[in-house]
Design a protein around this ligand. Structure first.
Ligand code: NAP
Ligand code: GFB
Length: 311
């Protein structure tokens, strides 16, 4: 039976990958950008839902960026995301949307947890890292609200908790980007200008990464196959920022002997290791792309789309 499905954040990295994957699907998809509807405005959101009357919602839209954007814009990031998330959840419930997939992030977990790796039950255990408090609390409130709607109105509003995401369609803007697009873009410039390269911070922090298309496939599995309402962590292997920098440099053919680091730049959270065993238990057959392969694909995509990508 054909379903009407709204994808907020449809013009973003994950939304664009999702669009590529479902292109021949027989459902009725609505991939939205902020030009279609400013989700911080409740009247616009209600108008949108009244017009489309969606069966499902995949809520990807967010004011999101890397560490340095979070350090600069913590207030707007909180207010934008709290408004978007509340407006979408309220509209979903008021318009009887039966199922929704909502997006959290591993960086909203406690920065001094009782144990590592952290699992889905530990999100509210203690405060997040100060570097992205605004973003973290806006996402934590969404997780709590999804549980409220599920319990009080018998909804299936499911939260996915991905680690750092990267891949084709990422935002390569040097001020706002996450670490992988930031490193790729800056290394590209260093190669073009035959210049030196500085990794930000000490290189000691640890991160886990999931490739954009892999996460998009997980979203579809959650929407069409998953029948519980428990949140799901989506994660892959962990690597230090230094080793990541060397991996990307080697992939791009930059001489790693020329790499130094700028320790004056923030490291942010030193580690946020999460446990993906619940996802592995329910989807044992799912295979994540390796970081090596994902980086190769992302570097190629960046070079092929250099003129038009977000940078
Ligand atoms: P992205 O590429 O930055 O795209 C953000 C999307 O949100 C865009 O489509 C943007 O529309 C839309 N948006 C922003 N403000 C809006 C507003 N006021 N009204 C309507 N739409 C608005 O994001 P992404 O990397 O695909 O992330 C998707 C989801 O994954 C987000 O919820 C994010 O928090 C989560 N996540 C991301 C990462 C990561 O490392 N990237 C990691 C964990 C979780 P425009 O194109 O019109 O601006
Ligand atoms: O992806 P990222 O910006 O954010 O990674 P977080 C920051 C880490 O990478 C820090 C180092 O240790 C930086 O010092 N780094 C090295 C760089 N070179 C670069 C570079 O060129 N650009 C960037 N951006 N970092 C984010 C949250 O935390 O995690 C977001 O702030 C989001 O809200 C995301 O949820 C998943 O991983 O520290």
């Amino acid at each position: 039976m054909q379903k009407k499905i709204i994808v907020t954040g449809g013009s973003g990295m994950i939304g664009s990958c999702l669009k590529d994957i479902v292109i021949n699907d027989n459902n009725n998809w609505f991939f939205l950008s902020s030009k279609d509807c400013d989700l911080t405005n409740i009247d616009s959101v209600n108008e949108l839902f009244t017009k489309i009357q969606p069966d499902y919602v995949i809520h990807l839209a967010a004011n999101v960026g890397g560490l340095f954007k979070n350090l600069r814009e913590r207030t707007k990031i909180f207010t934008d995301n709290i408004r978007m998330n509340e407006n979408i959840l309220e509209a979903c419930n008021n318009h009887n949307v039966e199922k929704g997939v909502f997006c959290l992030s591993s960086c909203i977990f406690p920065h001094k947890p009782s144990k590592y790796p952290m699992n889905e039950t530990m999100m509210h255990e203690s405060e997040p890292h100060s570097s992205n408090e605004g973003y973290a609390y806006s996402k934590r409130m969404m997780e709590m609200q999804c549980r409220n709607y599920n319990q009080q109105y018998n909804r299936k509003y499911i939260c996915l908790i991905p680690v750092n995401l990267y891949g084709p369609y990422d935002n390569f803007n040097l001020e706002d980007s996450h670490v992988i697009p930031g490193l790729i873009h800056r290394l590209y410039n260093a190669i073009e200008n035959n210049g030196d390269f500085q990794m930000y911070g000490t290189g000691k922090p640890l991160r886990q990464f999931v490739y954009s298309y892999d996460f998009s496939r997980i979203i579809l599995k959650t929407l069409f196959e998953y029948n519980d309402t428990k949140s799901i962590i989506c994660c892959n292997d962990e690597i230090s920022i230094k080793d990541l920098t060397y991996l990307i440099s080697n992939t791009m053919g930059y001489d790693t002997d020329k790499i130094t680091n700028d320790a004056s730049k923030s490291d942010g959270c030193l580690k946020k290791t999460v446990d993906g065993s619940y996802f592995k238990k329910i989807y044992p057959e799912f295979k994540y792309r390796s970081l090596e392969d994902g980086i190769k694909e992302t570097v190629s995509w960046f070079k092929e789309n250099y003129d038009n990508c977000r940078k």
